[in-house]
Design a protein around this ligand. Structure first.
Ligand SMILES: [Zn+2]
Length: 253
């Protein structure tokens, strides 16, 4: 299985528009972060997790020619607002499968009402094949997908375990029984916003604690704010099996 980090930044991305923060002004390409998403490829499948405002740019940068489906973690704008840009895939392939929690689907119907229009739908509007998720694991090809509940302050968010890999974004807390579902993964990706505590995201220390509990072979941090600091400096402070993810990083599992 191959994972490509399409974006590793928090909701505003890095650089932030108009910001003169040193990290926003950095020339290191690893300090430039689009909004979070990953591309997951295995067998003949290509999926993305989340579809934020940078989706088009991310598909172009990675020369993605087809997608078989989109797994959504939650309905915040930085995770869904690129959905209209599935059109090039829709024109080639037909309806695009979108997997999400029923609450997220309700939000999509509000935000993208025209996509769900059944009467006089505007030509050229994509059609989404909606798959309602619940907590039950399901199969895509030979891969088992396990939805795992995490808390983003008071909002339920789905993390996904995909075989030996798990992707946990926008988490601040996790219930003990959900944590169990992540045990045994070889590679873990987890959100780490910054060093200071935050209401709805792990900070660096909480992310490292979480990684120790799961104990994977390797872990990657994502959903990073400019306040975390320069990539090159923060990377040096991390345990030897923990890395800061960066845009367009590819890993094989
Ligand atoms: Zn987010």
């Amino acid at each position: 299985m191959e994972i490509t980090f399409l974006g590793t930044g928090t909701s505003q991305g890095i650089p932030i528009i108009g910001s003169d923060h040193p990290v926003c002004l950095s020339n290191d390409p690893k300090d430039k972060r689009l909004r979070v998403s990953i591309l997951v490829e295995w067998e003949n499948y290509t999926y993305v997790v989340d579809c934020g405002p940078d989706f088009r740019q991310q598909m172009l940068a990675n020369k993605v020619e087809k997608i078989d489906g989109i797994l959504l973690t939650h309905e915040h704008n930085d995770h869904i607002i690129g959905l209209d840009d599935v059109r090039p895939f829709y024109f080639k392939q037909g309806d695009i499968s979108v997997y999400a929690h029923p609450r997220v689907i309700k939000a999509l119907k509000k935000r993208f009402d025209y996509v769900f229009e059944t009467v006089n739908k505007y030509p050229g509007t994509p059609t989404l094949a909606i798959v309602e998720l619940n907590d039950n694991p399901f199969q895509i090809g030979n891969l088992e997908v396990v939805p795992v509940n995490v808390w983003h302050h008071k909002l339920q968010v789905y993390a996904f375990r995909l075989g030996d890999f798990a992707y946990v974004t926008d988490a601040k807390t996790i219930d003990e029984e959900e944590l169990e579902k992540l045990k045994g993964v070889k590679v873990l990706t987890v959100n780490a916003l910054r060093k200071e505590p935050h209401l709805s995201h792990f900070n660096l220390e909480e992310a490292l604690d979480f990684i120790r509990k799961i104990n994977p072979e390797r872990a990657y941090l994502t959903h990073i704010s400019h306040l975390m600091g320069f990539h090159e400096e923060v990377e040096k402070e991390l345990p030897e099996n923990v890395f800061l993810a960066y845009d367009n990083l590819k890993i094989t599992i």
